[in-house]
Design a protein around this ligand. Sequence first.
Ligand code: NOJ
Length: 528
Amino acid sequence: MLVSTSEWWRSAVIYQVYPRSFADADGDGVGDVDGIRAHLGHLRDLGVDAIWMSPWYPSPMADAGYDVADFRDIDPVFGTLAKAEALIEEAHSVGIRLIVDIVPNHISSEHPWFKAALASPDAPERDYFWFRPGKGANGDEMPTNWRGEFGGTTWTRTPDGLWYLHLFTPEQPDLNWDHPDVRAEFESILRFWFDRGVDGIRIDSAALLFKDKTLPEVREGEPHPFHDLDEVHDVYRAWRRVADEYAGDRALIGEVWMPEVERFANYLRPDELHAAFNFDFLGCAWEPRLMRECVDRTLDAHRAVGAPATWVLSNHDVTRHVTRYGRLDTTFSFDNNLDGTTVDLSLGTRRARAAALLSLSLPGGTYIYQGEELGLWENENIPPESYQDPMWARRGHSRDGCRVPLPWSADEPPFGFSSGDPWLPQPPEWKDLTASAQTGDPNSMLELYRAAIARRRLEDGLHRPAMAWLDLGPEVLAYTRGDRFACVINMSGSPIPLPDHETTLLASGPLDGDRLPQDTAVWLRLTA
Ligand code: NOJ
């Protein structure tokens, strides 16, 4: 049963389900709600507190469901609303909360609002979007030269000569958040899902909602015309009031990509969102000084607003971290495309194991992207003609490599994912990484995650905000939490002696006697 612990979101382990690729029950090669229901035991045994469900709504799938045509239903490829309701109930019955993904910046061009807006220049729905005349004598130049979030242009011309704004693909027209109907509609959508028992909302592209109505160009040193405009905070204050109307600590979790931590923290003021994804950490190099600075920066910014930090290593948009950490350049940024550069997967895996113990023992909430508990790497061998991600055409980088269907069992694709052909190809080498191959193997990534999450539950100190650095030299990350709990990660090039300890609680790899090998992490109970 779901135990109601207040403010559960402060130190929850939240598992991202990407429904297309989790498990397919009906054999069409695309994952679905029944597939998730059939594998709830995996999530229960893993020990996660909540699931964040990437969009499952009716959608033409121009952006894998982030182009929503109806927020109050489920796409037939995934199932039905009744099945989604059953999943919420079944998850709750095994103690797992459920978070849905809401996409407020844009909707699908197939949404009834946009269809009505296109049908007539006089339709009131036009005002729900950004229709503007073009520049130039014939109005055939775009209103601005804003670059899209996937690259490329951001305006498309309609048959009657006006242009509409889309920060992503043309199939994702941006909504006009200055319009009260847009605000009212989204508050009603939140209620629709809260009424169905969901425990939280993940907010897509949370900082992009407002645009400067004078449509200036993006210029260095001037306020950005569509990133992080102050008006957005009013919307989240209103959403917080909606969430607070419901019992059970419903959480709002923002997708906020923002280089300035102070601006980022504004979203987490006590009357706004509960948490936001830490992309600073996700993009940080596997390098002790930079990691430590990132952790400090994160904790300082969150402390200032009383919000919990989050620790995110991967998601459905970024290169899987086994691959990232196996490269020479271990950072991640959309502007620095490292696709196809040399990867040492065994190094990446060793670091990913250490990173699991890091992200599961820092103060705050931890996010696990499906498959990271299996140690999956980016599939960089998908033939480009099989790419489905709209980013590929615009930016020359596809996010499909991290969206490959999960391997559950058996020795060859589709590895129990489906009885049909998976929508993206799985590497045959994943035969050693299936959930069933790893179960019971104490050296597997899956058993490491299970053990770490189970230990995390028991350690009271890991659910409190306090943390103190231990100085074991510049190339070692080491800190204590609570009752003599310590995490030590050796990022130097050679083994290091461990501090005095009573017990080794968990290690990400074999120890070298009483020494900790490079790229290995350990959880210790220090000597009193
Ligand atoms: C962020 C989502 O995570 C990504 O997958 C999507 O393409 C964009 N927002 C647009 O909705």
